[in-house]
Design a protein around this ligand. Structure first.
Ligand code: SF4
Length: 470
């Protein structure tokens, strides 16, 4: 994006504050455009003839530095690329790295369907979010076009995930593509040997394509050729080599490509990048699956950090999936906004009017840790979640977001007195220094709980019910 402030965007808008976009002012709309929370098309007046030049120019200026490519269709379609920055703290990353797990055309049908279901249905709850996987990569191992097409058909019947079709043989690719041409699959891949045939196929079917070459000049040349032919949904794979110098060079190629796309504004390589960590299996082999999956995950973490927009992986064991997907969840949060939950009064289990009343902050990680410690230990209770601007307890006490006054406001606005008959609140140990002020400000009896919510059950044995209940 070439515009760095809402004011710069605003200059291209009609400026009539007509509210057709749902915002009260054009400036508010400009601000949301910058955050990609609104689309340009939502300002209908901008597309009237008198603003034709401005709308065209604004669309160009708002386009991300790295092209955004969509793979798949429907609710689980995946957008990759679309980034504007090299480093997360400069703004935020917008489209997280998509994870595609492989199946292959020599698998028995039942085994194939079972693996596809596992990939499709995998979920992991993490800080208020249900983490899922993004795509299935179907590899031609047999080299047989009919076998590949059959495999693609079976996979498509089992999943609504986006598909990546993997073969360097254009005939095999076309046979597979015929089965799912309406699913907008990603073609993997065209290289210096097959590019003419693959270009003809992707042009005819209008599907996104991966271009492969570890030689960056060749990759640049392939991208220019495809782009000149009208193909813009391009993904670049500069090769993933799993060990030694090859690994160092892999890292270097990813950084150079992303730098060329964003810093040098070299449009011919400003496309999403593909990494293939499953190359670790070529070195470590099936006979040492634990070692192979370990190194595959190491490669995936490198790809996540620098700058893979999509990855093809093999291991679907929990020891691989959990770190791979969790790291992505952490990297692709917005660094400008702490991950938070809504403040309020929560019930844990089935509390009664004599149940303990705990308090915590609305930093998501803190909230889910406390809530999980209470519920997993079957501590029926109420939990007051104070709005601390998404900060954890200790930082919020230091920063003034968690004070006796904010606690008093929370108790009153969530009408806690209507829920419990006692007047005792348990502050987190990290907020111990607020206990006296809180008693004075609220009139509630304050107990100081443990610093670690995992110790609440033991703390309860000694402290609940309180010895003096007001
Ligand atoms: S629709 Fe366009 S002109 Fe109207 S307020 Fe929104 S941004 Fe401004």
């Amino acid at each position: 994006m070439k515009l760095s402030s809402p004011m710069e965007i605003w200059e291209y808008l009609p400026g009539t504050n007509c509210e057709e976009c749902g915002e009260k002012t054009c400036l508010a709309f400009a601000s949301l455009l910058k955050e990609r929370q609104k689309k340009l098309e939502e300002c209908k007046p901008l597309f009237e003839p008198e603003y034709a030049e401005k709308s065209k120019k604004l669309a160009e200026l708002l386009a991300p530095e790295v092209r955004e490519v969509e793979i798949g269709v429907g609710a689980r379609a995946s957008k990759i690329g679309g980034e504007d920055i090299m480093y997360r703290h400069e703004l935020t990353f917008f489209n997280r790295t998509a994870l595609a797990y492989d199946v292959w055309d020599t698998m028995e049908e039942e085994e194939l369907r079972e693996r596809v279901r596992k990939i499709t249905n995998w979920r992991k709850f993490y800080v208020g979010e249900s983490l899922r996987l993004d795509a299935i990569a179907i590899r031609s191992v047999s080299g047989d076009a009919k076998a590949f097409a059959g495999c693609v058909k079976h996979v498509a019947e089992e999943t609504d995930l986006p598909l990546v079709l993997c073969s360097f043989d254009a005939k095999v690719m076309e046979e597979g593509l015929n089965e799912v041409s309406d699913r907008n699959p990603l073609i993997y891949a065209a290289d210096e040997t097959n590019w003419k045939e693959i270009l003809e196929i992707v042009t005819r079917y209008n599907v996104p394509v991966t271009l492969f070459s570890p030689d960056l000049d060749m990759l640049n040349s392939l991208a220019s050729t495809f782009s000149s032919a009208g193909v813009e949904d391009i993904v670049l794979d500069p090769g993933t080599y799993p060990t030694g110098e090859g690994l160092a060079d892999t890292f270097s190629r990813f950084v150079r490509l992303r730098r060329a796309g964003i810093v040098d504004e070299n449009k011919s390589v400003a496309y999403p990048l593909m990494s293939v960590p499953m190359t670790a299996w070529m070195v470590h082999g099936d006979e040492d699956a634990l070692d192979a999956s370990y190194w595959e995950t190491i490669l995936a973490t490198i790809g996540t950090v620098k700058y893979a927009d999509m990855m093809i992986l093999h291991s679907i064991e929990p020891h691989s999936l959990i770190p791979e997907r969790t790291l992505i969840a952490n990297i692709y949060t917005d660094p400008r906004r702490p991950v938070s939950v809504d403040p309020g009064l929560r019930e844990v289990g089935t509390p009664t009017e004599q149940s303990p009343l705990f308090l915590t902050s609305n930093f998501a990680l803190t909230y889910y840790t406390v809530e999980s410690d209470l519920s997993s230990n079957k501590v029926d209770s109420y939990l007051v979640v104070v709005d601390t601007d998404g900060l954890g307890v200790e930082a919020a006490v230091a920063g003034g977001q968690l004070t006796a006054e904010t606690i008093k406001d929370a108790l009153e606005s969530y009408e806690v007195e209507n829920k419990v008959k006692h007047k005792t609140i348990v502050l987190p140990g990290l907020a111990a220094r607020l206990s006296g002020e809180t008693e004075d400000a609220t009139g509630w009896n304050v107990l100081v709980g443990p610093r670690d919510s995992g110790r609440i059950p033991g703390w309860m044995d000694d402290n609940w019910p309180p010895k003096t209940v007001s």
